[in-house]
Ligand binder design. Structure first.
Ligand code: ATP
Ligand code: MG
Length: 297
């Protein structure tokens, strides 16, 4: 294979992860010129290109070195490690990305008597995740038959081809619509940045390191708020005690008012009206909660 000097990221061509992944990359300062067939997108400012593929193909493309990293569900990555990628170098989950959240669960027909996982013994479980399900069953010493289906797993019990299913669940709506109830969670999933355990020792590695730093910033600011307020020196301690978690606040003098201070605090999460009202009661005024646009530690 010809050596590459540009970082290549694999992501889902069309599906649940496509929009949020493109949005995340955009926030990291990466924009792409879309090629006509939309399989390959050339990166415009930074030496980073995109390969748009089916999500199931992403771990394999990284393992083969066709791509350097990929944005894929933890469920797909985990399944690959236990099946097709079993004998190769394991891939690493470089960063959890905070979108595409779902869980891989076992569900049984509403009417089935189910008290514990032991009740799955001797049953047939339909799934598109034979690797993850097989491992879960083995770890619990449950002897059940795994029926591998490519899709429409949720109708298998109705069709009589399985007694239970193991599938992705987000809201649970699909399960209810099919008279199924969730009984076990095998894996909590979300989109992750997957890649090799050791970064390439060339320009691509440098670019990847830069991308990881930007991702950390983007993920952190997504939840961060900057809180600005004024307080008297007298109330400072009481006000500070009520501030939501985060690094130490910064204090600034207010021109012409020696008793007054301006306080600036970075908060790790949302600041609620209730919290603001409490802080105000402790002596703060002129309060502002601002979203954070970019952050570079
Ligand atoms: P592709 O054509 O790329 O193979 P797909 O049909 O396998 O697409 P999607 O349904 O778009 O994939 O789901 C992609 C990923 O989104 C899943 O692997 C999972 O990580 C995540 N996801 C989040 N919520 C759900 C859900 N309710 N059902 C299925 N996947 C979900
Ligand atoms: Mg798929």
């Amino acid at each position: 294979m010809k050596p590459r000097d540009r970082l290549r990221i694999a992501m889902q061509k069309s599906g649940r992860l496509t929009e949020p992944a493109l949005d995340l990359l955009k926030r990291c300062g990466l924009t792409f010129r879309q090629s006509r067939d939309k399989l390959f997108c050339f990166g415009e400012g930074e030496p980073v290109d995109l390969l748009l593929v089916r999500d199931d193909d992403i771990p394999g493309l990284i393992a083969q070195g066709v791509c350097d990293v990929g944005i894929v569900g933890r469920n797909v990555l985990g399944e690959f490690q236990l099946t097709a990628g079993r004998d190769g170098e394991p891939l690493a989950e470089l960063r959890p990305l905070g979108f595409g959240r779902c869980r891989l669960s076992i569900a049984v027909p509403q009417e089935l008597d189910y008290a514990s996982s032991g009740d799955l013994a001797g049953r047939r479980i339909a799934t598109s995740y034979p690797g993850l399900l097989g491992e879960w069953l083995r770890a619990r010493d449950i002897d059940a038959a795994v029926v591998t289906l490519a899709g429409s797993v949720e109708i298998a019990p109705k069709l009589g081809t399985a007694d239970a299913i193991c599938d992705l669940v987000q809201s649970g709506g699909t399960l209810v619509a099919n008279q199924l109830r969730e009984t076990e969670v095998l894996l909590e999933s979300e989109a992750v940045l997957a890649g090799p355990t050791t970064l390439p020792a060339d320009e691509r590695g440098d670019m990847l390191e830069l991308l990881l730093k930007r991702l950390d910033g983007v993920i952190q600011v997504r939840e961060s708020r900057l809180l600005l307020l004024q307080t008297s020196r007298h109330s400072l301690e009481a006000v500070t005690r009520l501030l939501p978690g985060g690094p130490q606040p910064t204090l600034l003098a207010v021109a012409g008012q020696t008793d007054q201070l301006m306080l600036q605090a970075l908060c790790a999460g949302e600041v609620s009206w209730r919290q603001l009202e409490e802080i105000k009661k402790a002596g703060a005024r002129e309060m502002f909660v601002l979203p954070v646009e970019k952050m570079l530690a």
